[in-house]
Design a protein around this ligand. Structure first.
Ligand code: S3P
Length: 175
């Protein structure tokens, strides 16, 4: 396991990584960081724009490069929320564990669909059959999220508040 002072949150789009992450960070006195925000800040453009102009594989290279830097810089007392596809690359899965305690916010496809159906800004869900796309992607990704994580929180039926408390509990026992 990585540095006990850091948490990495992983999970599919709509799993609550940013919302839960921000609140949990505040509660635990950790800094909050988000890989998508880092990338948008560096590129000075949005993720949909990066996908549209340069494609997914370009974005994945930025994501892997950033994670390597964060691991090398030795993050301290930070909760790192990550993009939903970060677990696709094996090197990222290894890097995440070296950074901190990795928590997977797991949810069923139907729950995720309800959470993302009215959102825009996720190029991979820009499709007519969002429900089918989520189910198909989850089939591939579920084992990768599981392999990448130290802990899993099943968030179906949990409020944001309850999920934050579950993150807090895990963090305290990792100290
Ligand atoms: C992606 C998830 C997004 C973002 C990009 C790709 C994915 O992050 O990194 O659109 O492949 O699941 P969120 O999980 O924060 O929406």
């Amino acid at each position: 396991m990585g540095n006990g002072n850091n948490i990495c949150l992983i999970g599919y789009m709509g799993s609550g990584k940013s919302t839960v992450g921000r609140l949990a960070a505040k509660r635990l006195g950790l800094s909050f960081a988000d890989t998508d925000e880092f990338i948008e800040g560096r590129e000075k453009r949005s993720i949909p724009d990066i996908f549209e102009k340069d494609g997914e594989s370009f974005f994945r290279r930025l994501e892997t490069g950033l994670l390597k830097e964060l691991a090398r810089d030795g993050l301290e007392n930070t909760l790192l929320s990550t993009g939903g596809g970060i677990i696709l690359a094996e090197e990222n899965r290894t890097e995440l564990k070296s950074i901190g305690t990795v928590i997977y916010l797991r949810a069923e496809a139907d729950t995720l669909y309800e959470r993302v159906r009215n959102d825009t800004g996720r190029p991979l869900l820009n499709t007519a059959d969002v429900r089918g796309r989520i189910a198909g992607m989850l089939k591939i990704r579920a084992p990768l999220y599981e392999a990448a994580s130290d802990h899993i929180i099943d968030t179906d039926g949990l409020s944001v508040e309850q999920t934050v408390s579950a993150v807090e509990e895990i963090f305290k026992t990792a100290q």
